[in-house]
Design a protein around this ligand. Structure first.
Ligand code: BGC
Length: 397
């Protein structure tokens, strides 16, 4: 039995649009309602109303940190007009975490944009950046004293791929050059927001949550597979790290899967338009391979290239049966522990997710929660993984 460091941060992560419900002023809500048949978030996990009881569950499980996103479109539903009720709401959310002695990690942008900002072209246009900075400043001034860790952007690479390469998420574009430009723009806003947060709250802790994918050649002797795996790794993993160098107090690392790289798999992935219909789709379709050892690879890569303390800001598996999740947790945490034993400064692990939620274009089918949500009644039922996770937190592996 090996314990983790005493002050290791244990917890979970969520995102506003996936759990709160009724985020009616953002581009995702509009997109969900544009076409008949698209899966709709509706009241999602009703976390907006139920955050207190959800946090009680987290406290019962001995969690010491919780990551959530503030929804920009709630705070600024109309350009330049802030909603005081929503400001108070998030202050209440932060105060509730404090009450339970749970540290907070606040994501400023997790995929959804206020419709007015999306209509201006979102992050495509540099002249829009100031709207985001104004929002960052609002959050820093209103919530600063209550926030322990800041995440500026969630998974810039994931957003760029889904929204600007695959054409799957709003604004449904497919253009390699726009995708590259957005990557650069997101790196710029990360760096500017980093400086802005530090100007307002000098000793704050800021990063973004960057998803690392282990692109390996499907056939390790095939030069095309080798070349593509290197190229994809550079574009999806390295570029954002290089462009944001020196602008991370810690590094937020999301890790889910590795990708068997071949031209065929890449084309299938990029041209995928189907939503996930079953659990199996998530784990096995399109070269998605859950591989715990790649967690170790990802941690090492960040340590070598960024050299900042690392917090795993997301890692999890869609598994309604909870059979896979139990091993998934143990296997991945073993590799986290090995990295710590090797001397890498890993400070925390936040499982995705606390509760079942709205999994974007795949709706409510994939179940990522430690806690099950019955979406008809909103009743919460902790899955067996909850006690396994608590046992690891209190006793080690
Ligand atoms: C995203 C989450 C998503 C999770 C599972 C991450 O890439 O940040 O919003 O729910 O993956 O697919």
């Amino acid at each position: 039995m090996k314990k983790f460091p005493k002050d290791f941060l244990w917890g979970t992560a969520t995102a506003a649009h996936q759990v709160e419900g009724n985020n009616v002023h953002n581009d995702w809500w509009r997109w969900e309602h544009e076409v008949v048949g698209r899966l709709k978030s509706g009241i999602a996990s009703d976390h907006y109303q139920r955050f207190k009881s959800d946090f009680s569950l987290a406290a019962d499980m001995k969690h010491g940190i919780h990551r959530f996103s503030v929804e920009w479109s709630r705070l600024e539903p109309t350009m330049g007009q802030y909603n005081q009720v929503e400001i108070d709401h998030y202050r209440e959310v932060l105060a509730e975490l404090k009450k339970h002695n749970i540290k907070s990690m606040v994501t400023l942008w997790h995929f959804t944009l206020p419709t007015w900002f999306a209509d201006l072209g979102g992050f495509e246009s540099k002249s829009n950046f100031n709207y985001f900075y104004r929002f960052v400043e609002l959050c820093a001034r209103e919530f600063g004293g209550l926030v322990d860790y800041w995440i500026v952007i969630n998974e810039p690479n994931h957003y760029v791929v889904k929204s600007y390469l695959m054409g799957m998420w709003p604004p449904q574009k497919r253009n390699f050059f726009t995708a590259l430009a957005i990557t650069r723009n997101l790196a710029t806003i990360h760096c500017d927001a980093y400086k802005l947060l530090h100007k307002i709250i000098p000793d704050c802790q800021v990063s973004s949550a960057h998803q690392l994918i282990n692109y390996f050649p499907k056939n390790r002797w095939n030069p095309v597979d080798i070349f593509l795996s290197k190229l994809l790794s550079f574009l999806a993993n390295d570029l954002f790290i290089i462009l944001t160098k020196g602008h991370h107090d810690f590094f937020g690392l999301n890790y889910y899967y590795k990708f068997a790289t071949s031209l065929q798999n890449l084309i299938r992935h990029i041209t995928q338009v189907e939503v996930v219909k079953t659990m199996e789709d998530l784990g096995q379709d399109l070269g998605w391979i859950m591989d715990s050892k790649s967690m170790y690879w990802a941690i090492n890569k960040i340590w070598r290239t960024v050299g900042r303390p690392i917090i795993i800001t997301e890692n999890g598996i869609a598994d309604a049966s909870d059979i896979l999740r139990q091993n998934h947790l143990i296997d991945h945490l073993k590799w986290v522990q090995k990295a710590i034993i090797d001397g890498i400064d890993v400070r925390g692990y936040l499982h995705w997710s606390l509760i079942d939620n709205f999994e974007w274009q795949s709706g409510f089918i994939p179940r990522f929660g430690l806690v099950e949500v019955d979406f008809d009644t909103q009743v919460r039922t902790p899955r067996p993984s909850c006690s396994i996770y608590t046992k690891i937190i209190t006793e080690g592996l």
